[in-house]
Design a binder for this molecule. Structure first.
Ligand code: UDP
Ligand code: MG
Length: 332
C-alpha cells in the first residue's frame, strides 16, 4: 500500500452478511466524494456466515478494500485494534458495520481533522431503535465510569471516531490485552473534539453485543482506568472500625455511669465491627498493592510525546531518555 494513503476506514465485522453490501456502497459513496486516496479495512472477527465471501467479492473488483480475517471471534475491541494496526492512512476512522453510525458524518470528522484535531469522536445525542434496557445501562455505565476515573472519557461516545496517525501509533504502544479502546484514546491525549449525531437503528440483523460481551466491556473500561472499586474495601473497613470503637466507648461509658456489667452480646457486636473493620482495611491495603502490580503489569508507557520541537543549534542538547525524548538544558 502506498504511503500517501490519506484515509483508512476500519470496519469490524461479526456476522454482518445482511448489511455488508449496503455498508460498502454507502462508505464508497462518501469516500469517493472526498477525492483523496483511501482504503476500506474490513476486519472479520470470526464470522460464521457469508461475511468473508462478501468482503472478498468487494476486494476482487476494488483495490481500495482490504480484508483481515481472524481465526475465531476475538471481540469487537480486538477487531478495531487489529484494523488500526493494519491501516496505513494518515487518518483512521473506525465505524460499525451495521450503519448505526452514519458514514456521511466522516466528512464532518475529516473537516475537524483538517482544522488540526487529532481525535474527532462522534457523540450520540440520541439512540434510535435500541431497547430501553440498552439505553439505560449504557447511560448509567458511562456516568459511573466518568465518576470513577481521573482521565476525561467523554460520555455517550462509542468507537465511531477519527484518529490521526500519531494517535494510532501511540495506541500501538499500549500492549494491554483487555482493551477498552475509547478509554485508551482518551488516555493518550492529543487535541480531541466531538461531532454530534443521532444514532440510527441497526440496518438489519441483530446486535452482536450479547449481555455477556457488554458486561465484559464495562468491566474492562472500569478496571483499566480506575482503582476506586478496589479502594472500596479500604473505605468500608475504616467505616466499620470507627463504628466499632464508638460502640465500645459507649459501652464503657454506660458501665461507668450505671455500674452494671457490659452485656455479652453488646461486646460481641462491638468486636464484630472492629474485626470486620480490621479485615476490610487489610484487604484494602492488599488491594492498593494489587492495584500497583496491575499498573506495572500493563506496561503502558509512562508518557506520550506529542511533538519534539528544537532549534537546530540546540540539537546536541537533546538526549534520548527511555521511551521518550527529553530536552536537556546543559550540553551533554
Ligand atoms: N462486532 C465484532 N465482534 C463482536 C461483536 C461485534 O466485530 O464480537 C462488530 C459488529 O459486527 C459491528 C460492531 O462490532 O460492526 C458493533 O456491534 P453491534 O452493532 O452488534 O453492537 P451494538 O451497536 O448493538 O452495541
Ligand atoms: Mg450496532
Amino acid at each position: 500500500m502506498s504511503t500517501d494513503m490519506r484515509y483508512s476506514i476500519v470496519v469490524p465485522v461479526f456476522n454482518e452478511e445482511a448489511v455488508l453490501e449496503q455498508t460498502y456502497r454507502r462508505l464508497k459513496k462518501v469516500m469517493d466524494a472526498i477525492q483523496e486516496p483511501y482504503e476500506l479495512v474490513f476486519v472479520n472477527d470470526g464470522s460464521l456466515d457469508r461475511s468473508v465471501e462478501f468482503i472478498k467479492g468487494f476486494c476482487d473488483h476494488d483495490k481500495s478494500v482490504k480484508l483481515i480475517s481472524f481465526s475465531r471471534n476475538f471481540g469487537h475491541q480486538i477487531a478495531i485494534t487489529a484494523g488500526m494496526d493494519y491501516a496505513v492512512g494518515a487518518a483512521v476512522v473506525v465505524i460499525d458495520a451495521d450503519l448505526q453510525d452514519p458514514p456521511e458524518l466522516i466528512i464532518e470528522m475529516i473537516a475537524k481533522w483538517k482544522e488540526g484535531y487529532e481525535v474527532v469522536y462522534a457523540k450520540r445525542s440520541e439512540r434510535k431503535g435500541e431497547t430501553l434496557f440498552k439505553k439505560l445501562t449504557a447511560r448509567l455505565f458511562y456516568r459511573i465510569l466518568r465518576t470513577c476515573t481521573d482521565i476525561d472519557i467523554p460520555v455517550d461516545t462509542g468507537d465511531f471516531r477519527l484518529l490521526d496517525r500519531k494517535v494510532c501509533d501511540a495506541l500501538q504502544q499500549l500492549p494491554e490485552k483487555n482493551r477498552y479502546v475509547r478509554g485508551l484514546v482518551s488516555w493518550v491525549g492529543f487535541r480531541q473534539t466531538a461531532v454530534e449525531y443521532s444514532r440510527d437503528p441497526r440496518l438489519a440483523g441483530e446486535t452482536k453485543y450479547s449481555l455477556g460481551k457488554m458486561i465484559k466491556l464495562s468491566l474492562d473500561g472500569l478496571t483499566s482506568f480506575s482503582f476506586k472499586p478496589i479502594k472500596l474495601a479500604n473505605y468500608s473497613g475504616l467505616f466499620f472500625l470507627v463504628i466499632g470503637f464508638v460502640y465500645l466507648l459507649f459501652l464503657i461509658g454506660f458501665e461507668a455511669v450505671d455500674h452494671s456489667p457490659i452485656s455479652g452480646w453488646n461486646l460481641v457486636l462491638a468486636s464484630q465491627f472492629i474485626l470486620t473493620g480490621i479485615l476490610l482495611t487489610m484487604m484494602g491495603i492488599m488491594g492498593e498493592y494489587i492495584g500497583r502490580i496491575y499498573d506495572e503489569a500493563r506496561h503502558r508507557p509512562l508518557y506520550i510525546v506529542q511533538e519534539c520541537y528544537r532549534n537546530e543549534e540546540n540539537e546536541r542538547t537533546v538526549k534520548k531518555i527511555g521511551k521518550g525524548y527529553k530536552a536537556s538544558t546543559g550540553i551533554s
